[in-house]
Design a protein around this ligand. Structure first.
Ligand SMILES: *Cc1c(COP(=O)(O)O)cnc(C)c1O
Length: 362
């Protein structure tokens, strides 16, 4: 605290990121990072970019990356053009810009009461009025609860920290009913959702709904959390609005290395798909192991499992795991999730270490 702070800075309630411990050798299952390293092709591109060209400013439009994203989704049949893509320094920055640009309205922004806690932080930062919408009894998003006057709607799909998926058909039902305000689907984890359970990116709907904006990140399914790349796809007019904000804040949110590496990450489809398959199969294994030990897991379409044990408090389990070098995320509030742990799906070895550590505690 300092007397030089403005009153505004005093009243901010910043986001608290999961711990990035300095000790190595920990089994780190607390911040939903990918268990494998990034694609070797991405690493090669990064090395190739590290030369005298770093003297120059990067492309302010990140065209190479936008083209790779548009090509990837067009290949899937979604018909995305470069003008429909926005990129930023992590999807957190993309979210910050869109909160500022689109959600400051005379009606409240709606988002789930249990969700990504950064949404509330941006509302504080930009003085946006919001109304939390309670998840239903199964900790799922119920679309009908959002059918009321609002200045915008945002939710992650799959939701965080629950991991629960809202099927694409439900998102479309919301878009059909809610035409007057922007709907943002934060797809940080969509690549881990299986198509057979209704998990498909809402990017497939952007050409039909001009009020839909979909955000994604390269931090989770493309294993590049350390590089900070996020994106949004939507109607070109929405993207234009985001560009106006970006160019009023920082013209170069992505450096030369991130632009080239991000493009390479979208191009290496094989590495990406294999990585997602590993996470999904390990998630199935972990689900089975936890269930056998009496845990009550929510169905997860993400790279983490949200779970509780009826006989043990979340706090005691998190503490006991930590003492054995395994870190998971325990939020502690609100009361409805006080005993839940959010466990990132790790490598087979990490997941086995987690289970072994739990066996000493149960
Ligand atoms: C991880 C995460 C983000 C942030 O991603 P970055 O691109 O690393 O900033 C956004 N939304 C949700 C729901 C997340 O879990």
């Amino acid at each position: 605290m300092s007397k030089y702070w403005s009153d505004f800075v005093h009243q901010l309630e910043p986001y608290v990121p999961g711990e990035q411990p300095k000790m190595s050798k920990l089994v780190k299952l607390n911040t939903n990072e990918h268990p494998l390293g990034p694609s070797p092709k991405v690493l090669e591109v990064i090395r190739g970019e590290a030369d005298e060209r770093l003297r120059l400013y990067p492309d302010p439009d990140s065209s190479q990356l936008k083209d790779a994203i548009a090509a990837y989704y067009s290949e899937k049949g979604y018909g995305v053009t470069r003008e429909q893509v926005f990129v930023g320094n992590g999807s957190d920055e993309v979210l910050a810009h869109l909160f500022l640009g689109f959600f400051k309205q005379d009606k409240p922004l709606l988002f789930p009461d249990i969700t990504y806690s950064f949404y509330k932080v941006y509302c504080g930062l930009y003085q946006i009025d919001y109304e939390p919408v309670p998840l239903d009894g199964d900790l799922a998003i119920a679309v009908d609860d959002y059918l009321k006057p609002n200045g915008g709607i945002i939710f992650p799909n799959p939701n965080a920290p629950t991991g629960r998926l809202l099927p694409l058909a439900e998102i479309e039902r919301l878009l059909q009913a809610n035409t007057e305000s922007l709907v943002v689907v934060d797809e940080a984890y969509i690549d881990f959702a299986e198509k057979k359970s209704g998990g498909e990116s809402a990017i497939s709907l952007v050409n039909q709904y001009p009020n839909l904006l979909v955000t994604q990140t390269l931090s989770k399914s493309r294993s590049l959390a350390g590089l900070r790349i996020g994106l949004a796809v939507g109607d070109a007019a929405l993207i234009d609005g985001l560009n106006r904000i970006k160019d009023s804040f920082n013209s170069y949110p992505l450096d030369r290395i991130a632009i080239a590496a991000g493009a390479a990450a979208f191009e290496d489809v094989e590495w990406f798909e294999k990585g997602c398959e590993l996470v999904i199969s390990q998630r199935d294994w972990l689900n089975g192991q936890l269930t056998q030990r009496g845990f009550d897991n929510l169905p997860s379409a993400a790279n983490f499992i949200f779970t509780r044990h009826p006989q043990h408090s979340g706090e005691s389990l998190a503490k006991g795991l930590r003492e054995q070098g395994v870190i998971v995320r325990h939020f502690g509030k609100p009361a409805r999730i006080a005993d839940h742990l959010r466990i990132t799906v790790g490598t087979p070895e990490q997941n086995q270490a987690l289970i072994a550590a739990l066996d000493t505690l149960l």
